[in-house]
Design a protein around this ligand. Structure first.
Ligand SMILES: [Zn+2]
Length: 428
């Protein structure tokens, strides 16, 4: 541990003048937070709907990346919330490698997530793929993510945390049953309020000890950020992004509100644009309504948090598990396994479980229920994007998530067992 601190010391000679570990004096928890703008400055292809082939036509509300760093006892963890759709394919590893190298972080110390808005640019680093503006955007994003993490680390100050739990009706199970022409029940993307979902709004409040000042509110809520549909060509953070903006404006004083998408693989916002998007005079009622509702609940919950102290510990683990791949009779067999990245971190009594996938809501609830920690935040689109992690029972019903999932029905149970083991290790 001392060696690690020394390695981080920028000027080795200072060891004779000041304690070698001048910035980690004291035993307490330290936290730092930063926000950077990641709104595209030029028209881009937006991500999330294959049917959409035109460039964006404007910006409804700004996109940001928000980084929160925690440090205790020589361990760090940096959580990043980005107002984009996610990091797919090689993009997660690429961005993670650049950020960890620039910030002197171990791979497990970075929890890189996205809120899954479908109204932000598609990322690419391939010349000639998509529009040149998307390539330019991705390079700028990379620098800004690094800047956000560096600033959060620079801003580390003695802090304590508080935790609160609220609830919101903004999301709803989206697997709507209907009868096809042959009279068989099928599942389509729609609304199925008959299936109860985990509606918890989890809030982790950070307070700087000096002045007892709130610096940040992290919140996790399980819904797709897709109240803007496939016809939308205007940049927006959608539900989670607008909720962040609401909380920041409402609280003022420089408080940074970072959103995380909970287990929302089968959860959509209650309203999607009806029947098509109308953006005259910037009029976008559905995402503003739902983002405001979610943000209101975050503010409400911040009034009811309880103190968890400022003693740490901080710890983290990351691993890539090989999960059984789905086999389909009509398709030639592919690789037998599909990788999924799982990250776990703890800050005091709060555990954060990050999955590089779109996870069914019931699986997120199971992670929370099984966790040995008093509070467990489930965050998805985290350190990668492997596709839908589906509940075993859903395979017989079919539907979009089942059709597109790369995983076999037993994958979710395997993931739960892996997370059990990782959380137990963090508890030690
Ligand atoms: Zn999705």
């Amino acid at each position: 541990m001392m060696a690690r601190r020394a390695w981080r010391t920028p000027v080795a000679l200072s060891v004779f003048l000041v304690p070698a570990c001048a910035w980690c004096q004291g035993d307490g928890l330290r936290a730092g937070v930063a926000r950077v703008d990641i709104t595209p400055s030029q028209p881009c292809m937006l991500s999330g709907y294959a049917s959409r082939t035109n460039l964006s036509t404007g910006v409804h509300d700004p996109l940001s990346a928000r980084a929160v760093a925690f440090e205790h006892g020589g361990h760090r963890v940096v959580l990043v919330s980005s107002d984009i759709i996610g990091f797919y394919g090689d993009m997660a590893e690429h961005m993670r490698a650049r950020i960890t190298a620039a910030c002197g972080l171990r791979p497990d110390e970075l929890v890189l997530t996205a809120i899954h808005t479908h109204a932000a640019p598609t990322l690419t680093l391939e010349e000639g793929k998509l529009h040149p503006n998307n390539l330019k955007y991705t390079k700028v994003l990379r620098e800004r993510l690094i800047a956000a993490c560096q600033a959060a680390i620079t801003n580390l100050r003695p802090a304590r945390i508080r935790f609160g739990s609220g609830a919101s009706p903004v999301g709803v199970n989206r697997r709507e049953p209907y009868l096809d022409k042959a009279g068989n029940t099928q599942i389509r993307l729609g609304r199925n309020p008959a299936i109860p979902i985990d509606t918890e709004v989890q809030v982790l409040e950070i307070r700087e000890i000096a002045g007892d000042r709130m610096t940040s509110a992290l919140f996790a809520y399980a819904t797709h950020s897709t109240s803007l549909g496939a016809k939308n060509l205007v940049v927006s953070g959608d539900v989670h992004g607008l909720a962040e903006q609401f909380v920041e404006r409402h609280l003022g004083s420089g408080v940074i509100a970072a959103a995380f998408a909970g287990a929302s693989g089968n959860v959509d916002p209650w309203f999607r644009v009806l029947p098509g998007i109308k953006t005259e005079n910037d009029w976008m009622p559905e995402p503003v309504l739902l983002g405001t509702m979610l943000g209101e609940e975050v503010v409400h919950t911040l009034g009811r948090t309880h103190d968890l102290g400022g003693d740490g510990p901080v710890a983290s683990l990351i691993k890539t598990v090989e999960l059984p791949a789905k086999t389909e009779p009509e398709k030639p067999p592919g690789a037998p396994t599909v990788p999924l990245t799982i990250s776990v971190a703890r800050v005091g009594d709060v555990a954060i479980v990050g999955l590089g996938a779109e996870v069914f809501n019931e699986i997120g609830r199971a992670i929370k229920d099984r966790s040995p920690f008093p509070h467990t935040m489930v965050v998805t689109h985290c350190n990668g994007g492997a596709g839908y992690l589906v509940l075993r029972e859903a395979y017989a019903q079919g539907g979009y998530e089942v059709k597109t999932s790369p995983f076999a029905p037993e994958a979710a149970e395997r993931v739960l067992r892996d997370i059990d083991g990782m959380l137990a290790q963090l508890k030690e």
